[in-house]
Write a protein that binds this ligand. Structure first.
Ligand code: PMP
Ligand code: GLN
Length: 387
């Protein structure tokens, strides 16, 4: 057996969803919406099946989807992307992250990862024989420790993996922070893998792809996900935009790991990307409303609510809750206990830290607010009753 893989824990999202099901708890853990995506996209996918879109799609993705990705980059970010050579469609952003890393790294290369980090980053980096260099953001405002970040770059740095808007902290990197990161990437002749799956989920601030900064067009692999942009997380359709020489190598990694993604879903996602800008505006407004309901309720109960400018997620400090947290109780234990006792499932933020690293914060929990307002209200009632 491969011990690196065998020794990995089951992902916290699966652990907490299973626990939620066992206790019939409201699941504010794993980030998936409890409403379906647009009906016309689901119909487009179903129609494509009936139309005989049931054999292998082209390796790099259906031309119509690659063209829609390029149009979306032009519309939202004024990026000129060649759909024929600069877009690769993947089976979810999860695959996109893995094939981007596979395309870039050689054993011994270093990848800079910002903690808290999405849970697939570190295992894939290590599986490829690369070395993660971790830089921790500082709560409660999740600011970037610039000196630490600069010090993490070295002649061995191949890339930085940047997730903005960022899961789990809901942080959207500021223009100043992005400029600083772009400067470091260029100074060290490195690349950036930009996990932008929440690109359309920002609240009152603008998401700026690192790829749009001066000098970064040729150094970035930009990753999007239909799951997040169209509330269809089960579809697992992702897309990478990268300069042609990089996209060609990414396509080779995709060829050998997956080869091609379901053609009917690709066709429907192309329809989704071409929707009016109003669709994307309403998606974000609607999610912001949910964030506000949850944030206000949690504050009233006594949680310390951390800032959230984007994503599906709000982080909260449980150390202000007094005796509801037992002495020495970790965020992991507390989340499990609350699932059973309050009937609300959450995600401990410490799950987003390297298990081999120094002690992570254990006083923070993540709530997913991509749920119906009534469901959020019910979860708040349950927490209020317990806390
Ligand atoms: N990156 C981040 C930051 C995520 O939160 C997620 C989870 N949805 C993914 C990547 C994976 O996306 P997908 O479901 O498209 O594989
Ligand atoms: N991205 C989702 C989250 O952070 C989970 C996806 C998964 O379960 N793999 O909740």
């Amino acid at each position: 057996l491969n011990q690196q893989i065998a020794s990995l824990p089951t992902t916290i999202f699966t652990v907490m969803s299973a626990l939620a099901a066992r206790h019939d708890a409201i699941n504010l853990g794993q980030g998936f919406p409890d409403t379906e995506g647009p009906a016309h996209l689901i119909e487009a996918a179903a129609a494509a099946l009936r139309d005989g879109r049931n054999q292998y799609a082209p390796l790099a993705g259906l031309p119509e989807l690659r063209e829609a990705v390029a149009r979306s980059c032009a519309r939202f970010y004024s990026l000129t992307i060649d759909p024929a050579t600069e877009v690769v469609v993947t089976s979810g952003a999860t695959e996109a992250i893995a094939v981007s890393l596979a395309a870039l790294v050689n054993p011994g290369d270093e990848i800079i990862v910002i903690e808290p980090a999405y849970d697939t980053y570190l295992p894939v980096i290590r599986l490829l024989g690369a070395v993660p260099r971790l830089v921790r953001l500082t709560p409660p405002d999740w600011s970037v420790p610039r000196e630490d970040l600069a010090a993490a770059f070295s002649p061995k740095t191949k890339a930085i993996l940047l997730n903005s808007p960022m899961n789990p902290c809901g942080k959207v990197f500021t223009p100043g922070e992005l400029g600083f990161i772009a400067g470091l990437v260029q100074k060290h002749d490195a690349y950036a893998i930009c996990d932008e799956v929440y690109e359309h989920l920002t609240f009152g601030v603008r998401h700026i792809p690192l790829m749009t900064l001066p000098g970064m067009r040729e150094r970035c692999l930009r990753i999007g996900s239909a799951g997040k942009s169209f509330s269809l997380t089960g579809w697992k359709v992702g897309y990478i935009t990268a300069p042609a020489p990089l996209a060609a190598v990414v396509a080779k990694a995709h060829q050998n790991l997956v080869f091609a993604t379901a053609p009917n879903l690709q066709r429907a996602v192309a329809v989704g990307l071409d929707q009016d800008t109003a669709y994307f505006t309403i998606l974000a407004q609607d999610m912001m409303l949910r964030r506000d309901i949850l944030a206000a309720g949690l504050r009233e109960i006594g949680f310390g609510v951390l800032p959230c400018d984007g994503t599906y997620f709000l982080t909260a400090d449980i150390s202000s809750l007094g005796s509801v947290v037992q002495p020495g109780e970790s965020d992991q234990d507390w989340c499990k206990r609350m699932t059973a006792e309050a009937g609300v499932a959450l995600i401990p933020v410490s799950a987003f830290y390297d298990t081999a690293g120094s002690k992570p914060p254990t006083h923070l929990v993540r709530f997913a607010f991509c749920k119906k307002p009534l469901v959020l209200e019910e979860a708040l009632t349950r927490l209020r009753d317990r806390v």
